[in-house]
Each structure stands twice: as structure tokens, then as C-alpha cells.
Design a protein around this ligand. Structure first.
Ligand code: ATP
Ligand code: MG
Length: 661
């Protein structure tokens, strides 16, 4: 039995830079390899020197930059060979040399990077065809990386953000647009269910054109330097290194504050001064490649026509916008359900990128995500793929097992607590406003002044009816708290629970006020019918009052009836008692007619409606309302719990898809 290597090395082999990231295959702890440049990645460049070993990365660029014109005669600096892998033998050789030198370099620097003993994953642009993938695998094999696995680069970006909890597993399955705007190319990939559904891009639009823009900006301000740069054969170094640095510095400054004016030195040649956003936009709008850059690219085998700028001026910002739009319109269509946008690649840090993307897609800027190190996101995402699959496999099982416990032990008690408070608050409000303020004065008047059952019924009923608007206001106010408070509490618990498994909570499922739970009327549907409930409770009270009144008259029989019989029957029973009493004096038929309207004397009413009895019925009144509300909230509990189980199941399903990637 063969055992899988325990280290994963992911390679994002870029036109400008290449990124290497290591991660244990069973543990989510990726580490980007820093070759000493102070940041991830290494320039994809190799310097062949006649008698000495080739240099790569910054060492190549630096050595070349510092070399005298004479030394340069014996040097060959090669860069940007990656896009031509499938079509150029020479590009393949450079790639093999570069990748092999990486390993040697790492060994010399005591950086643990042993692709031969690791599981190696190479990212490929989503548009790459089979030929490109096979060539890349051959190149990697030849360079000593063994049998490498190739994975779409946008998947790396997606996994990176998933791991960073920028969205939940279920959200990762929804429409996501990954924009990888790098040094040489700009790739777009529309993903759904974790697969690239449609990809497009521009193989010529990349950061290097902006490097050239800054080179020309510099040349404009320092015309005298050009001859010197030429003489020292320093164009590539100035353009691809110094001007790129100036560009990145400028771009970062603009991302912070577009009102700033920026100065930056260009090595020993001079400096670029007073760069402003306006100045940049003006230049980007009418960009024309410099002769020097075209010549340099030609030396690398890239034709000006291939760059798409040979026929004069081009608006770089508009170019980006059109590239984005064309792909959207051609296949996916504008409303293809792009819920999230991931910005990857170094050039995505240009502030105009986010502007154009939000404008074109009409997405909320909050749905745009970019890591702090967008250039490193892809390699990191690819490196964690095996570990993520392993972890998610276990996670899925654990989640499923834990759902019932979570609902029973956390959600249920919380729901009960919240709705009980709600019921108690309403009951207290109603008791105060209706019983204390409206009904009690009627009772007291009845007690002190005497009167008829029918009169008391009428007066209390009138109070209850007049109370309707106020009751609605109380309910409205209290349920507003429930409406916002309950989903918030559920969401917090749910997030906490998912977080304990290392996952983020899906935004749409259980968020703030405008969430699914509230949006589709769940609360409205399950909110108790308070008005009906309370009126019923009030009705009961009125009847109970009448009954005890009747019982007093009838000598105790009525009290038994309250406890045992239905309400209608109860009233009947009370009246029967009254009739019995009156019947002695008036005869049965007459007593019947008189019962309701018979005006009871105060000696009787005082006995029936004692302070203690009123206080007791007040308590009963409050408890009854509270009890009814609590009971009616049970439907709400059940619904919340089943929703939670549903959302959890969605996460579980999404996790299985990831494990099958
Ligand atoms: N803050 C910044 N603003 C604008 N551009 C930047 C910034 N930081 C880096 N870049 C540019 O990003 C590019 C490098 O990005 P990245 O490393 O993603 O490209 P790559 O993967 O090598 O190229 P490609 O994907 O086209 O093959 C360079 O052109 C670099 O100058
Ligand atoms: Mg790239």
C-alpha cells in the first residue's frame, strides 16, 4: 500500500510572478514560501549567465540591473515565458530551467521545498486547454516535480476565501465571479457549484502595460535619462522593476487616498514626481505602448499584434471594463446570479478595478472580496485543497451528528426564553392597560353601586372593544422586538455553532432584519393571533365574573360550573341560578326574563366582588394571556428549528461537494 505524501506544494506559475505555498495534507496551515524578497512569490524570470549557474527571480533581475553594458553581453534575461508554454519549445525550456532552479535555490537557502517528496498541485488558468495542461505536467515532470495534479486557478481563489470564512460552504456553491488580474493577463471565471462554468479573459491585458505607462510617465519627466538607460541596456530593469515598483506604490497610495500626490525615485536614474490620480487616468485613457517595451516583448517572442495595442491608442480602463462585460454578455448573461466577486491577482489592487466591477455588475461593494495578499490567494487556496477535503469530510459527519443536540440544547432553550419574555411583556402591558385602567373601574363601580349582569357585561365588553387600537399598538411594539431580536439571537447562536466547526454562517439564511426568516413572513405567519386570543381571554374573564356573581346568588353551584363546564353553558348555568332565586318571588317564566337585567343590590355585589377576588381575577387574567401566547409560540419554535436544520443540511451538502473536488 502506498501512503500519500504529507506535504502539499501548490504552485501558481504566473507570467510575472510565481507563488509557492506549502501545506500539510491533513492540516490547514499553509505557508507561502518567501524566497527572501520580503513577500510571497518570486518573479518568473531567469538570467542565463555564460559560465555560471543561472539566476532566478529578484536575483536575476537585480544582477541584470546592476550589470555593466559589457557584462550584459554575456547575459540572457528571460521572463514572461509562461503564456507560450504550449506553443514554444523555447518557452518550455525556460520554464523547466526556472522550476528546477527554484528547488536548487530553496535548498541553498535552507528552505524546505522538496517537490519530489511532496504532493504537487499546479494551478492552470481556467481557459487552459488540454494541450496546455499536458505540457505543463510534462514541464513539471522534467523539472523534477514528479507527477503533478493540475487544478483550475479560480478554484484556488474560491477555496482561499472559503477557508478564510468570507462565505459559507453553501454560498461557495452559488454564483461566484473570480477575477484574476495579474501581470500579464486578466482572467475571468464564473463559477457555480464549485466548477468553472464559463471563463473568458484577455491574454494581453495585464499589469505590465501599466508598468510601461509609468515608464513613459517617467520618460516624459526625465527625457535625458533615456539615452543613459539605453546605453546601459537597462530598459528591462527600469521598466519591469523600478517602474513597476513606482506603479505599485502609486496604486497603494491611491487606494488609500486619491487626493494624494506621489513622488517616487526610479533607482539612480531620477524620479517620478507629482503623480496624481487625474494624471494617471488621463494616461491610462490614451495608452500607447512604448517602442522600447514593444521591442523588449518582441525579443521575448511576443508580438505587438498579440498585445492588442499595435493599432494605436487604447483606453486601458475601458479595456478592462469591456473584457469583463463581453464575457458576461456572451454567455452567462448579466443576471446569471453572480452573488459574489473575488478579486485575485496583483493588479486587482488598482482602485479602478473595484469601481468598474461594482458598476458593471451592480453588486454591492460588500460582496466584493479581495484578500490582503490577492496575488498569493490562489497558491494558498490550492495548497489547502487536500487538507480542506480531509477536514471537511470529518466535519460533515460531525455537523450532521451535532444538529439535533444543537437544536435541543441551545436553540430550544433560547427560543423559549425569548418568546416567554415576549409573552410575559405583552401580558403585563395588557393587564395594566386593559384590566387596571379600564375594567377594574367598572368592577369597582359595580361593587359599590350595584347593578345588573347585563349592564356589567355590556360595559366591560365596551371597554374591551375600545381597547382594540391600543392593543394592536402594544402587540406591534412588542413583536417588533421579537422580529429583530429573535433572528439576531438565532443567528448569533448558529454562527457560534458553525464557527466551532470552523465554518462561517451563510449571510442570507439567518441575517439581520431582512433575512429569509423574516422576509418570507415566518414571524407573521406564526405570531399568535393576539387579538383573538386576548379577546377570548377577556371574554372568559367577563363570563367568569358573571358566573361568580351568579354563584353568590345561587349559593355556590356556579363556582363548580366555572371549573367544569364550557363557557356558554356556564353562562347558562349562572343565569339558571339567578332564575332560581328570582323564581321564588316572580315565578319561573318571569324570573327567566328578568335574570340578565335584574339589578342586584350592593350588599350582594360587595360580597361577590371583594378586593381580593378582583385581585385574584387580575392575576388569572394576566396568566391566561401569557399562557395562551406561550402556547401559540410553539409553532414558531418548531419552524425555527426546522429552518436551522435545513441551513445546516445545506452546509453539509456543500461540504460533500468540496470533498469531491
Ligand atoms: N498594489 C498594486 N496595484 C496595482 N498593481 C499591483 C499592485 N501590486 C502588484 N501589482 C501588479 O500585479 C502584477 C502581479 O500580479 P500577479 O503576481 O498576480 O501576476 P501573475 O500571476 O504573475 O501574472 P499572470 O496571472 O498574468 O500570469 C504585477 O504587474 C504587479 O505590478
Ligand atoms: Mg496569476
Amino acid at each position: 500500500m502506498t501512503t500519500q505524501p504529507t506535504t502539499v506544494i501548490a504552485v501558481d506559475f504566473g507570467t510575472t510572478n510565481s507563488y509557492f505555498c506549502k501545506c500539510p495534507s491533513r492540516q490547514l496551515s499553509p505557508v507561502g514560501v518567501d524566497f527572501g524578497g520580503g513577500r510571497d512569490g518570486i518573479p518568473t524570470a531567469i538570467l542565463y549567465r555564460q559560465s555560471r549557474p543561472a539566476l532566478i527571480g529578484n536575483w536575476a533581475l537585480h544582477e541584470y540591473g546592476e550589470a555593466t553594458a559589457e557584462e550584459k553581453q554575456s547575459y540572457q534575461l528571460v521572463a514572461q515565458f509562461k503564456p507560450d508554454l504550449a506553443v514554444s519549445e523555447q518557452a518550455r525550456t525556460h520554464a523547466v530551467d526556472f522550476l528546477r532552479a527554484i528547488v536548487t535555490q530553496a535548498r541553498n537557502q535552507h528552505i524546505a521545498l522538496a517537490p519530489a517528496e511532496s504532493q504537487v498541485i499546479f494551478g492552470v488558468p481556467s481557459e487552459a486547454d488540454e494541450a496546455y495542461k499536458q505540457t505543463l505536467q510534462q514541464v513539471a515532470l522534467q523539472a523534477g516535480y514528479g507527477d503533478v495534479r493540475v487544478v483550475d486557478e479560480p478554484k484556488g481563489a474560491l477555496l482561499y476565501h472559503l477557508w478564510h470564512k468570507d462565505f459559507s460552504p453553501s454560498e461557495a456553491r452559488e454564483g461566484v465571479l473570480v477575477i484574476d488580474f495579474g501581470g500579464g493577463t486578466c482572467d475571468f471565471a464564473f463559477m457555480r457549484d464549485l466548477e468553472v462554468r464559463h471563463s473568458w479573459g484577455d491574454m494581453a491585458l495585464g499589469g505590465r502595460l501599466f508598468d510601461d505607462l509609468f515608464y513613459q510617465w517617467f520618460a516624459e519627466q526625465n527625457p535625458d535619462c533615456l539615452a543613459e538607460i539605453e546605453r546601459a541596456s537597462d530598459f528591462y530593469y527600469v521598466y519591469a522593476y523600478l517602474c513597476r515598483e513606482a506603479k505599485e506604490f502609486f496604486s497603494l497610495t491611491m487606494a488609500r487616498d486619491r487626493q494624494e500626490s506621489v513622488n517616487k525615485s526610479i533607482g539612480r536614474y531620477g524620479s517620478l514626481r507629482k503623480m496624481t490620480w487625474g494624471g494617471f487616468v488621463e494616461r491610462a485613457r490614451q495608452y500607447r505602448p512604448s517602442g522600447a517595451m514593444l521591442k523588449h516583448l518582441e525579443d521575448l517572442g511576443v508580438s505587438a499584434a498579440g498585445l492588442g495595442v499595435s493599432d494605436g491608442e487604447r483606453d486601458l480602463l475601458d479595456w478592462f471594463k469591456r473584457s469583463l462585460e463581453e464575457g458576461l454578455q456572451s454567455q452567462t448573461g448579466r443576471d446569471s446570479g453572480i452573488g459574489r466577486v473575488i478579486l485575485a491577482g496583483g493588479s486587482s489592487q488598482w482602485p479602478f478595478v473595484a469601481d468598474i466591477v461594482t458598476e458593471c455588475l451592480g453588486v454591492d461593494p460588500g460582496k466584493l472580496m479581495r484578500s490582503d495578499r490577492p496575488y498569493a490567494a490562489i497558491s494558498e487556496g490550492l495548497a489547502i485543497l487536500p487538507a480542506l477535503q480531509e477536514t471537511f469530510g470529518t466535519l460533515r459527519a460531525n455537523l450532521r451528528r451535532d444538529v439535533p443536540r444543537f437544536c435541543e440544547e441551545q436553540i430550544k432553550p433560547m427560543l423559549r426564553q425569548v418568546t416567554d419574555t415576549y409573552a410575559a411583556e405583552i401580558a403585563a402591558d395588557v393587564t395594566y392597560e386593559l384590566f387596571d385602567q379600564r375594567i377594574r373601574p367598572q368592577l369597582e363601580a359595580f361593587r359599590v353601586e350595584g347593578g345588573s349582569v347585563s349592564d356589567l357585561k355590556q360595559r366591560t365588553s365596551a371597554e374591551v372593544e375600545a381597547f382594540e387600537t391600543q392593543l394592536r399598538a402594544i402587540v406591534e411594539k412588542r413583536s417588533q422586538h421579537l422580529r429583530t431580536g429573535l433572528p439576531e439571537r438565532v443567528r448569533a447562536l448558529f454562527a457560534q455553532w458553525l464557527m466551532s466547526f470552523g465554518l462561517s454562517v451563510p449571510e442570507d439564511a439567518l441575517s439581520g432584519e431582512c433575512d429569509v426568516l423574516v422576509r418570507d413572513g415566518l414571524l407573521d405567519e406564526h405570531l399568535p393571533d393576539l387579538y383573538g386570543g386576548i379577546v377570548e381571554a377577556v371574554g372568559w374573564f367577563v363570563i367568569a365574573g358573571v358566573a361568580s356573581f351568579g354563584a353568590a346568588i345561587g349559593g355556590g353551584a356556579g363556582t363548580a360550573l366555572i371549573l367544569s363546564g364550557p363557557l356558554g353553558w356556564l353562562v347558562g348555568g349562572v343565569l339558571t341560578g339567578v332564575i332560581a332565586l328570582l323564581g321564588v318571588r316572580y315565578g319561573k317564566d318571569r324570573a327567566k326574563a328578568l335574570a340578565e337585567t335584574w339589578v342586584a343590590p350592593t350588599w350582594l355585589t360587595k360580597r361577590v366582588l371583594s378586593e381580593a377576588k378582583i385581585a385574584k381575577s387580575r392575576d388569572q387574567f394576566q396568566q391566561d394571556i401569557r399562557g395562551r401566547l406561550q402556547k401559540q409560540c410553539m409553532a414558531l419554535h418548531a419552524e425555527f428549528q426546522s429552518r436551522i436544520a435545513q441551513v445546516a443540511e445545506q452546509q453539509i451538502e456543500a461540504l460533500s461537494e468540496i470533498t469531491q473536488l
